[in-house]
Design a protein around this ligand. Structure first.
Ligand code: 5AD
Ligand code: SF4
Length: 470
C-alpha cells in the first residue's frame, strides 16, 4: 500500500527521471475478456486524455466499454480536485456506487486522477469507503492492469498512490474518443505554485516529453488521418525548460506546424512564459490556430500578487495587446477567479475594468474554492458567499456581453469550420472555427466529419454562431 503525502508532493528536489517504454504484462492480456467497464471522467482535457489511455489499458486486458455504469462490471472514476464542486461530484458518484454494490456484490469500483493524489481523500476512502476496490494516482496510471488484477485476485483494497512523479512512460496504448481530433501531452505537472491551486501537488513537477517522442506521435496521427491536434499541459509555455537549453514551445510549435496537419491548438498558457518567439510562430503558420487561452485570474495587481501569479495587471495587458496586434484575427479566452481571500470591491472593479478592456472571446469564471494544503486555503477568507456570488453574476454579465458583441462582428463573414457532427437538438451540422467558436450550420450537400468547410455566418448568439455551408 502507498498513501500520498502532501510534503513529498510539494518537494521539487531535482531527481532525474527516466524515460521508459511501456510494456504489456503478458500474464494479464485478455484475462478479463467478456467484462465491461465504464469510466467517468471529471475535470480538464488532461484527465480526458488520461481516460483515453486508461480505456486502452483496460481493453488490453479484455474489458469492453459501456456508457451506462449500471451495465458495467467495473466502474472507474477519473477525478478532479481543482474546486470543491468537482470533488463533491465524485463523492456523490461514490455514494451511488455504494448503493449499487449493495445489490451487485461483484461490482468493482476504482478511483484515480487528481483526487487520488490527495492524502485526505485517500484516508477518507480507507476509513469510510471500504467498498472501493482500488485507488491509483496520476503518476502510476500505467500500473492499472496489475493493480486491478491484484484487487480482484486478493479481494483486498489496493491503494497505490505515489506522492512523487516517477519515470516518464512513453508508448502507453490509447483509444481516442474522436477520429479526427487528438490530444497530445507535451508536458506534465506544474511548478508555478499559484497559491490557490492544487495542481502542482496532484500532478507533480514539470516534466517535458522529448521533442522526438511528440513529433513521432503527431506524425502517426497525420498518417492515421487526424485533422487537429491539441498540445496539452498544465502550463504548455514551460515546455522544454527542464530538458533543453535552447528548445521551447515556439520551436516545438514550428516543428509540428511543418508536419502539415491542418489544425494545431495548445493549452494552457501561463502569461509568465509567453515569449515573443511563440507569438511570431503562431502568427507565421496558418495551421497553428489563432486562438489563445490566457488565464488572467484577476485584474488587480494586489490580488495577483497574493495569488502568486508572477505578473501585474499592466504586464498582462501589455502581453495581451502584443498577441492581439501580432496574430491576425486571434481570439483570446481566459479564466477568472472571484472572491479570492481579501478581494475588495475595488480589486473586483479592477477585474471588471480589465474585462472591459480585453473583451474576451470566451471566459471561464469561478468562485474561489479553498483547496487543502494550498497557501491560499490558510488565508483569512473574509469575503461573504453572497458577495462572491454577486461578483460572479456581475462578471458573467459583462463577459457574456462581449461574447455576443464579438460574435456579432462575424455575421456576414465566411469562416473555415471543421465538421464535427450533427447536433441532436437543432438537426444542424456543428463544428469549430479556427478561433474556436462553435458554429451550427446547414448544408445542401452531405458533409463528412473532419472535413474543413467554408461557412457563411448568418446569426450570432452568445455562445455560438449560425450559418450556412457554401
Ligand atoms: N478555486 C477556484 N478556481 C480555481 N482554479 C484553479 N484553482 C482554483 C481554486 N482553488 C481555476 C483557475 C484555473 C482554472 C483551471 O481553474 O482559474 O485557471
Ligand atoms: Fe495551477 Fe497556476 Fe500551475 Fe495553472 S499555472 S496549474 S493555475 S499552479
Amino acid at each position: 500500500m502507498h498513501i500520498p503525502n502532501l510534503n513529498d508532493a510539494r518537494s521539487r528536489k531535482r531527481k532525474d527521471y527516466n524515460r521508459i517504454d511501456y510494456s504489456v504484462n503478458k500474464n494479464i492480456i485478455n484475462k478479463f475478456s467478456g467484462k465491461k467497464y465504464c469510466i467517468k471522467t471529471y475535470g480538464c482535457q488532461m484527465n480526458e486524455h488520461d481516460s483515453e489511455n486508461i480505456s486502452a489499458l483496460l481493453e488490453s486486458i479484455g474489458f469492453s466499454r459501456v456508457d451506462d455504469y449500471l451495465d458495467a462490471d467495473l466502474v472507474l472514476l477519473n477525478t478532479c480536485s481543482i474546486r470543491e464542486n468537482a470533488h463533491n461530484k465524485a463523492f456523490g458518484m461514490l455514494g451511488r456506487l455504494k448503493h449499487l454494490k449493495g445489490k451487485k456484490k461483484d461490482l468493482i469500483v476504482g478511483l484515480c486522477g487528481c483526487m487520488a493524489q490527495e492524502e485526505s481523500v485517500v484516508l477518507e476512502i480507507l476509513n469510510n469507503y471500504k467498498f472501493v476496490n482500488f485507488v491509483f494516482g496520476t503518476h502510476n496510471l500505467y500500473e492499472l492492469p496489475e493493480i486491478l488484477d491484484r484487487a480482484i485476485s486478493t479481494s483486498k483494497q489496493q491503494i497505490e498512490v505515489y506522492s512523487r512523479e516517477g519515470d516518464l512512460v512513453e508508448g502507453l496504448p490509447v483509444v481516442r474518443d474522436n477520429a479526427y481530433k487528438a490530444y497530445v501531452n507535451i508536458i506534465y505537472g506544474c511548478d508555478k505554485f499559484c497559491t490557490y491551486c492544487i495542481v502542482p501537488y496532484t500532478r507533480g513537477r514539470e516534466r517535458s516529453r522529448k521533442k522526438e517522442d511528440i513529433i513521432d506521435e503527431v506524425k502517426q496521427l497525420v498518417k492515421d488521418g487526424y485533422k487537429e491536434v491539441t498540445l496539452l499541459g498544465q502550463n504548455v509555455n514551460a515546455y522544454g525548460k527542464d530538458l533543453y537549453d535552447d528548445y521551447n514551445l515556439g520551436d516545438l510549435l514550428e516543428d509540428i506546424a511543418k508536419l502539415i496537419i491542418p489544425r494545431i491548438r495548445f493549452m494552457t498558457s501561463h502569461p509568465w512564459d509567453f515569449t515573443d518567439r511563440m507569438i511570431e510562430v503562431i502568427a507565421k503558420y496558418p495551421n497553428i490556430m489563432p486562438s489563445v487561452h490566457l488565464p488572467v485570474q484577476s485584474g488587480s495587481s494586489r490580488v495577483l500578487k497574493l495569488m502568486g501569479r508572477r505578473y501585474t495587471r499592466e504586464s498582462y495587458l501589455e502581453l495581451f495587446h502584443k498577441i492581439k496586434d501580432t496574430i491576425p484575427g486571434v481570439s483570446i479566452s481566459t479564466d477568472i477567479i472571484v472572491g479570492f481571500p481579501g478581494e475588495s470591491e475595488e480589486d473586483f472593479c479592477d477585474t471588471m475594468s480589465l474585462v472591459e478592456e480585453c473583451k474576451y472571446d470566451n471566459a471561464f469564471t469561478f468562485i474561489f474554492s479553498p483547496r487543502v494544503g494550498t497557501p491560499a486555503s490558510k488565508l483569512k477568507d473574509d469575503v461573504e458567499l453572497s458577495v462572491k456570488e454577486d461578483r460572479l453574476q456581475r462578471l458573467n454579465n459583462v463577459v457574456n456581453k462581449y461574447f455576443l458583441e464579438n460574435n456579432k462582428k462575424l455575421v456576414g463573414k465566411t469562416l473555415k469550420v471543421m465538421v464535427e457532427g450533427i447536433s441532436d437538438k437543432k438537426n444542424m451540422y456543428y463544428g469549430y472555427s479556427e478561433t474556436n467558436k462553435l458554429i451550427n450550420f446547414t448544408s445542401d450537400k452531405e458533409l463528412v466529419c473532419g472535413d474543413i468547410v467554408l461557412v457563411k455566418i448568418e446569426d450570432a448568439k452568445t455562445w455560438s454562431l449560425d450559418g450556412k455551408c457554401i
